[in-house]
Ligand binder design. Structure first.
Ligand SMILES: Cc1cc2nc3c(=O)[nH]c(=O)nc-3n(C[C@H](O)[C@H](O)[C@H](O)COP(=O)(O)OP(=O)(O)OC[C@H]3O[C@@H](n4cnc5c(N)ncnc54)[C@H](O)[C@@H]3O)c2cc1C
Length: 490
């Protein structure tokens, strides 16, 4: 890489003045033509997902000249709405509650109208449980021989068991507690933690490993990660108590939110700019893209997940715990097959279209995204754990065929009626290399506080760097923090 040219941040704003001025009319002028031609700005933000866009908008509001560059040909990152399928089902960030204050506010402020999904939520929980090909009616579960749960919880369906257990038995009592040294003893596998609180292997298999949210099984994820996510979910439930609205998506799909945010940027996001290197020294920073374009600025905010960041050349190199974090923090494998049914086969066989299985098709979700909440607009098979890992090793067509064959085997009425409308492997997506971050046992106490430390002129945001929130709201929180870090350098 060539040496960076001299650049400096010229905006005389401080963190305090930003806090005073946020929401007020911007003081920045549009980027001068000469600066655009030289790809020069005060701050470069890498990645047009929620965290990068949130950071960029905050800086813009503070009068900073900021340029967002994005590797894909679209805005949104891990928010991706399939608009060619009826109802615009989500491949990424799926739904959020009124407690996602930053996200809801961003949607309002930048003009992305929201849909209240409360009328659709009851349908989501009408699931057909299928274990080892046996269809088990919800009413029969309590007495079923495959039910491993203790007497007091035998009526609890598998997908509700851990949320209920961890609502009662969560040692974390604040949003930040998962990173506190006092809880380092919980940085063991979720499996080990559940054993400690007297859960059997069979219970863990049915309640977690059937559809693992992190890693391939409870052995692969830190208990602290699961506990903090359940703490966050509980807080979200508390925040909606008394609120008639339980959840949202956006009109046109959730991707409309980052698109609206990008639309509020004065400097248009540069798409198709995959970053391959970031270099910084005492004079400035350079961002190198695959097509040879070089962007220059005083500061860089990088929103890439570690699974992607570790393939990019960073000068100076990461050192110490941060180097280990970037190298080792993985992202969840998760695959989806989006299906449009030519006829409602569920009406023919009389069972719910939603299926919760331990076979190849994983969890099948009936999407209710039409005008009538009862209407099923498409089906999404969510494949996780070892089945997703297998799909990532074979050709797309082989993996998709296995999922369709499984649904047709379980539901003969569906035979010949399933049209595959889209397939998404988040691991195979080169701009994500997986879904949300998975902190493995031992990693949180080792390097959770190091992963997002500013490095030379580079600051980091992204869902994996959030402290108090998760998912889309976590991404927004992290962008805010990174923007403040940059403003503190001015
Ligand atoms: C299947 C799925 C379901 C989900 N469901 C929910 C949910 O229901 N609720 C919830 O809150 N959250 C959910 N999430 C999580 C949520 O979508 C993410 O946490 C959030 O969107 C992450 O935003 P981010 O800005 O941190 O990262 P990203 O959106 O990944 O942003 C990073 C950006 O960097 C770009 N980029 C990557 N590499 C390069 C490169 N080399 N050069 C230039 N640009 C690059 C990417 O294209 C991307 O635009 C889900 C995610 C997935 C995948």
């Amino acid at each position: 890489m060539s040496k960076p040219t001299n650049t400096r941040i010229t905006t005389p704003l401080t963190r305090r003045s930003v806090l005073r001025g946020l929401g007020a009319a911007s003081v920045a002028a549009t980027t001068p033509r000469w600066a655009r031609a030289q790809n020069r700005s005060d701050v470069i933000v890498i990645g047009a997902g929620l965290s990068g866009l949130g950071a960029a908008l905050m800086l813009q509001d503070a009068g900073v000249n900021v340029q967002v560059i994005e590797g894909r040909n679209r805005i949104g990152g891990r928010i991706e709405s399939f608009r060619h399928i009826p109802g615009n089902p989500e491949a990424g960030g799926t739904a959020f509650g009124p407690g996602y204050a930053r996200l809801v506010e961003a949607a309002k402020k930048h003009g992305a109208p929201l849909i209240d999904i409360t009328p659709m939520t009851p349908y989501f929980f009408q699931r057909q449980l299928i274990i080892d090909d046996e269809f088990i009616a919800n009413a029969d579960w309590a007495e079923h021989p495959r039910n491993p749960f203790p007497a007091a919880a035998r009526k609890t369906m598998p997908w509700m068991y851990l949320p209920m257990l961890l609502a009662r038995a969560n040692p974390l009592q604040s949003s930040e507690a998962w990173r506190a040294p006092a809880h380092a003893d919980l940085d063991v596998s979720l499996h080990e933690f559940l054993h400690r609180i007297e859960q059997s292997d069979d219970t863990i298999d049915i309640a977690y490993n059937m559809s693992p949210q992190w890693a391939r099984s409870a052995h692969g994820v830190s208990a602290l990660m699961a506990l903090s996510a359940h703490y966050f979910a509980n807080i979200q439930r508390t925040l909606t108590t008394g609120n008639p609205i339980k959840g949202y998506t956006a009109v046109g799909g959730n991707q409309s939110i980052p698109e609206a945010m990008a639309g509020s940027l004065r400097n248009e996001v540069r798409l198709n700019q995959p970053v391959i290197g970031i270099r910084s020294d005492s004079t400035g920073a350079e961002v190198h893209c695959a097509d040879g374009t070089i962007y220059r600025a005083g500061r860089v905010i990088c929103s890439l997940p570690c699974s992607v960041l570790r393939r990019i050349r960073i000068e100076p190199r990461f050192t110490g715990l941060q180097a280990r974090a970037v190298d080792m923090l993985d992202s969840q494998v998760i695959n989806q097959v989006h299906i449009v049914a030519k006829k409602p086969f569920w009406e023919e066989d009389g069972m719910s279209a939603n299926m919760y299985t331990n076979s190849m098709c994983g969890t099948v979700v009936a999407e209710h995204k039409g005008d009538d909440p009862a209407d099923i607009t498409s089906l999404t098979a969510w494949i996780r754990g070892h089945r997703a890992a297998w799909m990532d090793q074979v050709d797309d067509s082989v993996g998709i065929a296995a999922v369709i064959a499984d649904i047709e085997r379980l539901r003969p009425a569906a035979k010949g009626l399933l049209e595959v409308a889209a397939y998404k492997s988040w691991y195979r997506d080169p701009f994500a290399s997986g879904d949300w971050a998975v902190w493995r046992p031992g990693q949180i106490s080792k390097f959770a506080t190091s992963v997002a430390a500013p490095h030379a002129r580079v600051h980091f945001c992204g869902e994996h760097t959030a402290v108090s929130n998760r998912g889309m709201e976590g991404a927004m929180e992290s962008g805010e923090r990174a923007a403040f870090e940059v403003l503190d350098t001015i």
